[in-house]
Design a protein around this ligand. Sequence first.
Ligand SMILES: Nc1ncnc2c1ncn2[C@@H]1O[C@H](COP(=O)(O)OP(=O)(O)OP(=O)(O)O)[C@@H](O)[C@H]1O
Length: 279
Amino acid sequence: MALPPSPPDAATAPVIRMQGICTRFGDKVVHDQLDLEVRKGEIFALVGGSGSGKSTLLREMILLQRPDAGTVNVLGLDLHTANAAQALALRLRFGVLFQQGGLFGSLTVLENVGLPLREHRKLPSEEIDAIAARKIALSGLPPEAGAQYPASLSGGMLKRAALARALALDPELLFLDEPTAGLDPASADGLDLLIQQLQGEQGLTVVMVTHDLDLLWHAADRVAVLADGRVQGLGSMQELSTLLQPAVQTFFTGPRAQAAQQQYQQPPYPTGDSTWKPR
Ligand SMILES: Nc1ncnc2c1ncn2[C@@H]1O[C@H](COP(=O)(O)OP(=O)(O)OP(=O)(O)O)[C@@H](O)[C@H]1O
C-alpha cells in the first residue's frame, strides 16, 4: 500500500515558491523558466550581475510586477489568481525596505513609522506613537531620532528609520533591496547584525537583493546566483564557493571577494574561545 505523503516540515516549508518564471521586456528575456523557493525563517539573498533580473524578481514577489509566465506563491497565496482583497491582505503581511528608503520628507521619523499603522490599523493615536517608538528602538535608533526629519539623518540612520517603518505592521516577511548600499563600512556592519538579530528574535523570513559580499558571508543562510535568466547556483556561501560555474565563481574571485571570505573565515574573536561558532 502506498504511504501517504509526509507533511511538509514547518521549519523548512517554502514561504515563497516561484515556478517556471518567464519575464521579458520587449526582446530582452530577463527570466527564462526560473524556479526558486524561499524557506520559512531564513535569510535568503539574490545576487547576480547588473541586469540579471534580481530587482525584477523581487518586484514579482511583492506584487509590483507580474511575470509573463509562471506561478508565484507567497505565504500560501497564488498571486496569479489572487483577488484585490487577498492581494491587499498579503501586502500587510510583508515589509519592504526600498533602496532609497522612501520616507516622506515632510514627516518626522515617528510619523513616517506610524503611517502604515494609521492607514491599516484602527488604533488610538497614542498607541500608534508607542508602537512606532518601539519599532524605532528595535531598529537601533535612539529615541530622539523619532522627532527628527529624514533630511537631518545620516545614511545609516535613514536605512534604520526605513527599516522601522517596514517593521511597523509586524511582517512575517521582510524584503530588502540593497540594504547596505551607500553606507560606510561601520554602518553596513551594524545593519548586518541588525538583520540577523531581527531574523533570530522576530522569526522573520528575510529576502534581500545585495552586492555586499560581507553581508552575504555573515548574514545570508542561502544565496541564489542569477545569470542567463535562471538560478545558476543555490546554497550557503560556503557551498557556493565549491561550485565551478563562472557566474558563481565571480563571487569568490578578485581581491574584494577574497577579503570578504577571509574575514568570514577568520573572525575577530579571542583565540581559544570555544563557545564561538560560525553561522
Ligand atoms: N520596466 C522596465 N522596462 C524595460 N526594461 C526593464 C524594466 N525593468 C527592468 N528592465 C530591464 O530588465 C533587466 C533586469 O533588470 P533588473 O533591475 O531586474 O536587474 P538587476 O539584476 O536588479 O540589476 P542591478 O544589479 O543593476 O540593479 C535590465 O536589463 C533592465 O534594463
